[in-house]
Design a protein around this ligand. Structure first.
Ligand code: ADP
Ligand code: MG
Length: 658
């Protein structure tokens, strides 16, 4: 077996599971080995029942009593387990056979996450174990993987185990270098990250894998970056008359930081060398208008421009905004996204090649096969941290060398950005438009929900809109957590009742948005929300990047404890984009001191830089598993803040390889 073989070659993986694994982005043996655990489940000795803490996993052993079963929307079985220290409620959904299986008065061992169930603590869906079966698991770390319906963590661990016993993994890193830098052998690291004996061991394995992730990234980046001083400016811009016109047409004045950035860019465009510039500015600092100015300048000088964004929703939104401001200058803009038909795309390709189109805005589907420009002078990469190296590489492989303008809201310390972006020039937009009021934040638990709903209702009455974020698309029994589908229904009912009670007939349109919807449906919902036809958008994190609906003033995030701080900051950035006072409500799905500490960082800081800094300070090296720090490039394990030392080690190593 080799790493590039299809997953099907692994014993126990059949045609049906191959299809499911594809949904997780797993096609080859190497993909499944690189499907690293999201976290680990640690089986501890059963604890006294009175030590149960909300939000924590616990194993308890005791005698059961008060067994009941209720049939409603779901079949619910409940009972209590007691030991010398107390009793704990247990709840199962849709497992009616348990009524016969469980015998009151007998001892059992249960394990699960402790939740608050009205006034008492309870475990929902606890797993039941035989004592001897549990002893075998004791002190083991069980890997927890990202899953899709039909695939269990157990299945993945079996397949990984099987693959590891068959495949040969070559280590390119010299043993001496590994020794000197405390890096494990690659084959050991892969084995251990999946099946560690302790958290410490998992961390050591992770260290090696993060080093490799950085090395690969930096190697690809070096191939990509040619010395900018050698690249002459084949797309010089000499006049900025239309840009000045556009500036005076804008309904606002640029901030000083925006002015400075625009001045950097216009100098680049008219200089001897190609532009390669990164614009870093916090969410809402106004990066889009800067991109528009650059595009207008380039198009008026006779060249084409491309704008790449990470999501289709964002592409659509940019397309509309660009049309609004650039149409009057005769700039012809076109949208190119994955959901268009082949015929539509072909038409666009033809027009791009014949230069009937000046600007193409799209997702990375745009840079894939088929699209040829007549004379691409500028490529804008928005939310650039969301693109992997491979996606950026495609441009280069097509033999295109336009001016490059990258934009990102990820605050990266200068020392790191030097490594990551090499010799790219940097402009920082470090101020928000003056009209903006700081967002008011609060961290609350679910008992505050009715208050929050009423608060949102009041905002809507004042003509505003709100986002509510849930971590899940639909109900999931093993993960728990709020889901957009049920939430939307509940909220609709709530607001209908509220209108009756208040007698004001306020008709609030609530709709949902999630990643599994068809692109057309997503666009439709987003458009109606932007147009103010929908007042409350209940969404998964698909709205996280870049979406701009100025009239929205409330962001409420359910199960806020599930998200990384960078991601929460991005989500919060969807409000506070106008002169209206905006609010962000972080709703905790469970309690815990660590949760409070993390969320307080967001409550007390509105700046992305500060959030990143505090986050790093708070996280010990052991906290690296668990919460996905999504929003940071497209690494599986690496975290540029926490792994800064490895990044510079990898950078030195890559340099030494030439
Ligand atoms: P981001 O930097 O997050 O991409 P956007 O470019 O989407 O932010 O800008 C957010 C909002 O602020 C937009 O509606 C934009 O029109 C507006 N905006 C941009 N610059 C200014 C400014 N100088 N004054 C007031 N509003 C501005
Ligand atoms: Mg943006």
């Amino acid at each position: 077996m080799t790493l590039t073989d299809n997953v099907k070659t692994i014993k126990g993986v059949g045609d049906k599971t191959v299809k499911l694994l594809e949904k997780l982005g797993i096609y080859t043996v190497s993909d499944i080995l690189a499907h690293y655990p999201r976290d680990y489940d640690e089986f501890l000795i059963p604890a006294p029942i009175n030590t149960a803490q909300e939000g924590k996993i616990i194993a308890v052993e005791g005698v059961i009593s008060r067994l009941t079963s209720k049939v409603g929307r779901r079949h619910i079985v409940t009972c209590y387990v007691s030991d010398a220290t107390g009793a704990l409620k247990l709840v199962w959904f849709n497992q009616p056979y348990l009524v016969k299986l469980l015998k009151p008065g007998y001892r059992y061992l249960f394990r699960g996450t402790v939740k608050r169930d009205n006034a008492e603590l309870a475990i929902n869906q606890p797993k039941m174990y035989q004592r001897n079966e549990y002893v075998k698991l004791l002190n083991n770390l069980q890997p927890i993987y990202d899953l899709t319906k039909g695939i269990t963590s157990n299945f993945i661990s079996k397949a990984v185990h099987e693959a590891l016993s068959e495949v040969e993994i070559e280590d390119k890193l010299p043993a001496s270098f590994r020794k000197a830098n405390d890096l494990m052998k690659l084959s050991d690291a892969i084995k251990i990250i999946h099946f560690p004996k302790s958290k410490q061991e998992a961390l050591t394995a992770r260290r090696r894998l993060v080093f490799d992730e950085f090395t690969e990234f930096l190697t690809a980046l070096r191939e990509l970056q040619s010395k900018k001083t050698e690249e002459i400016n084949r797309y010089p811009v000499s006049s900025f008359a239309e840009c000045d016109q556009m500036l005076s047409n804008l309904p606002f004045k640029l901030t000083n930081a925006q002015m400075k950035t625009w001045s950097d860019i216009s100098k680049d465009l008219s200089s001897k060398h190609l532009m390669s510039r990164m614009v870093e500015g916090d969410v809402g600092s106004g990066k889009t208008v800067i991109a528009m100015l650059a595009i207008l300048a380039v198009v008026k000088a006779g060249y084409q421009a491309a704008v790449m964004v990470p999501t289709e929703v964002l592409a659509k939104q940019h397309f509309e905004e660009f049309n609004l401001r650039l149409n009057e200058f005769g700039v012809k803009t076109e949208l190119l996204v994955g959901s268009q038909t082949a015929a539509q795309k072909k038409k666009i390709y033809a027009k791009a090649a014949s230069k009937e189109i000046d600007v193409i805005i799209g997702t990375h589907a745009l840079i894939q096969e088929g699209l040829e420009f007549n004379c691409l002078g500028l490529a804008v990469i928005d939310e650039q941290h969301r693109f992997g190296v491979n996606q950026r590489k495609t441009l280069k492989e097509k033999g295109l060398k336009p001016h490059i303008l990258s934009m990102s809201a990820t605050p990266i310390p200068r020392s790191l950005s030097l490594i990551l972006y090499g010799d790219m020039d940097l402009s920082v937009i470090n101020e928000l438009p003056a009209e903006r009021l700081p967002i008011k934040n609060c961290v609350v638990d679910t008992s505050y929900r009715p208050t929050a709903f009423n608060f949102i209702r009041k905002e809507i009455k004042d003509g505003h809109q709100a986002y509510i974020i849930c971590p899940m698309v639909e109900e999931s029994e093993d993960m728990g957590g709020e889901n957009v589908i049920d939430y939307t229904e509940t909220l609709k009912d709530y607001y209908q009742m509220a209108a009756l009670k208040a007698g004001d007939g306020l008709d609030i349109k609530v709709e949902y948005l999630h990643g599994k919807m068809k692109p057309q449906e997503k666009n439709d919902v987003m458009e109606r929300f932007a147009a103010g036809e929908i007042q409350v958008l209940v969404s998964t994190t698909v709205v996280e990047v870049g979406v701009n609906v100025k009239n929205a003033t409330v962001m409420m995030i359910e199960n806020a404890e599930r998200f990384g701080l960078a991601q929460l900051h991005q989500l919060r950035g969807r409000v506070g984009r106008s002169s209206h006072q905006s609010y962000c409500i972080f709703m905790k799905g469970c309690a815990g001191q660590d949760i409070d500490e993390r969320l307080d960082i967001l409550k007390n800081n509105n700046s992305g830089f500060k959030v990143a800094e505090e986050d790093l300070r708070l996280r010990g090296p052991g906290d690296i598993f668990g919460i996905r720090q999504s929003g940071e490039l497209s690494w599986k394990l690496a975290d540029i803040y926490a792994d800064a030392d490895l990044l510079s080690l990898a950078s030195d190593y890559v340099k030494s390889q030439n």
